[in-house]
Design a protein around this ligand. Structure first.
Ligand code: SF4
Ligand code: SF4
Ligand code: SF4
Length: 328
């Protein structure tokens, strides 16, 4: 019997939803487990210590998946160690590849984030304004440390070399199954690639006017999803809803469209698109019928950075501008 593929999963600064997608493989997971040996899965599944990973031999893991962005000193340390232990490293999901939703915190200062999380949030009772500290001396003799928040989030490939990228918040379980199967069959694209069907969400969308032999019409009236129930058969972008399907990888096969919601871009950019947010801006802007539509758009959407870079802020050029402003 062929040796099993030694596999690792590391959750960095994320919610573990990407790992839920692996579990959601259900019966496919049973087949996959015939061929892989999970040698590390932390901290989601096992409460291992740093030394458990550090003491593994270099290059002893065949393939490692990292989900979550690099948000604190622990994420940074563990991903560097895991890199040394792994032959192939996969940045798995929107946070690891692009920054993800949590990385929108970088549009605020660290002080604002701490104040909101530990003082001002509705469920917090902190009358003395105590903030977490990376180092604390307990009872005058016990030195306690916790990971420190980094000044800015990083994607996995901003810290270590990455062989493959997988999009999605989280990646769709069906597609995760295909990835694992092609990995086990040794049928992977060249290193540096996104593992994707390469199709846009629009390509699998039954509302796509072009697929239906119709013309794509310019958008005259801008809508938000709270403005009513969209027509279930007509392109959402054409109806005025902000749908990022034209520029987003469609490995989910249009999950959101199937429930009458516009694509928000969690699949990540189609291969070849360098700055996802900028491409969304250009796609949406070029679909508008006239200046009145542009004005309406600006009135209705008041935080465009968070809308266009919802999943991709860390990997985008806006991030570099924001970081430069914070440094001033
Ligand atoms: S990509 Fe989404 S599901 Fe995965 S860790 Fe980030 S927030 Fe969670
Ligand atoms: S823009 Fe959205 S609704 Fe329109 S075809 Fe593309 S995915 Fe479907
Ligand atoms: S339709 Fe868009 S936002 Fe929805 S799951 Fe697919 S890629 Fe993500």
């Amino acid at each position: 019997m062929a040796a099993k593929v030694k596999t690792a999963f590391l959750l960095a600064g994320g919610c573990a939803g990407c790992e839920m997608s692996v579990v959601d493989l259900s019966e496919v997971l049973v087949d996959v487990l015939e061929s892989i040996e999970i040698v590390f899965w932390a901290p989601t599944v096992a409460d291992v210590k740093y030394c458990d990973l550090e003491e593994m031999e270099d290059n002893s893991i065949d393939v490692a998946f990292v989900d979550g962005m690099i948000r604190n000193t622990e994420n940074e340390h563990t991903v560097k160690v895991l890199r040394a232990k792994s032959k192939v490293l996969v940045a798995f999901g929107a946070c690891a590849t692009l920054g993800g939703i949590g990385a929108l915190g970088d549009l605020h200062t660290k002080e604002e984030l701490f104040k909101q999380a530990y003082q001002d949030s509705f469920s917090t009772d902190n009358p003395d304004g105590v903030m977490p500290s990376p180092e604390y001396l307990l009872d005058g003799k016990y030195e306690l440390t916790i990971p420190a928040l980094l000044d800015n989030c990083a994607t996995v490939d901003q810290i270590v070399d990455v062989e493959y990228y997988v999009g999605g918040c989280p990646p769709h379980p069906k597609f995760v199954g295909q990835i694992l199967t092609s990995l086990l069959a040794g049928e992977l694209p060249p290193p540096g690639s996104w593992i994707t069907s390469g199709k846009a969400v629009c390509d699998s969308c039954s509302r796509n006017p072009v697929r239906n032999g119709q013309e794509r019409l310019p958008v005259g009236e801008i809508k938000r999803t709270i403005d009513g129930t969209p027509d279930p058969d007509t392109c959402l972008l054409q109806q005025g809803y902000m749908c990022f399907g034209p520029v987003t990888q469609g490995d989910c096969e249009g999950s959101c469209l199937n429930v009458n919601m516009p694509c928000r871009g969690c699949g990540g950019p189609l291969p070849g698109i360098k700055d996802f947010g900028a491409r969304c801006v250009s796609t949406i802007a070029s679909s508008m019928a006239d200046d009145a539509a542009v004005d309406q758009f600006i009135d209705k959407y008041n935080d465009m950075a968070k809308m266009f870079y919802r999943y991709a802020h860390t990997a985008g050029s806006l991030n570099r501008k924001v970081a430069a402003l914070k440094d001033k």
